[in-house]
Write a protein that binds this ligand. Structure first.
Ligand SMILES: [Zn+2]
Ligand SMILES: [Zn+2]
Length: 118
């Protein structure tokens, strides 16, 4: 069985689907971790993610959805994932626009792994 080929083809789907397919073919947790890192890296460069980001920034009127700091005042805005469950097939409520200050606090508070996506 060519696991690499299978993994490449299932990476075209949202992460939740990819994850259950990996489970279904009996992939080890090391393979799942590796695929997750790869999936995330590729997804963050995808057109779909760019579109989700743009939509979120428009929704927020380019201001932090937590504290209201505005991009036009020089605050860098990030689009943060409230959940990764639908990564690759996000709903708009899965993401939140945050300034870098609120974003930093959010990850500190939640102790999200350092390599977690935005
Ligand atoms: Zn903020
Ligand atoms: Zn984040």
């Amino acid at each position: 069985m060519d696991t690499d080929k299978i993994i490449t083809s299932i990476m075209a789907k949202p992460w939740a689907n990819t994850y259950s397919l990996l489970k279904a073919i009996g992939a080890s947790s090391a393979v799942i971790d590796e695929t997750w890192r790869d999936y995330r890296r590729k997804y963050m460069r995808s057109q779909r993610w760019q579109d989700v980001r743009t939509k979120a920034l428009e929704r927020s009127c380019r201001a932090c959805e937590q504290c209201g700091k505005r991009q036009e005042d020089g605050y860098k805005l990030d689009v943060h994932h409230l959940t990764y469950i639908r990564l690759g097939g996000e709903q708009m409520e899965d993401v939140q626009v945050l300034c870098y200050l609120c974003h930093g606090q959010m990850h500190y508070r939640r102790r999200v792994r350092q390599d977690a996506p935005e």
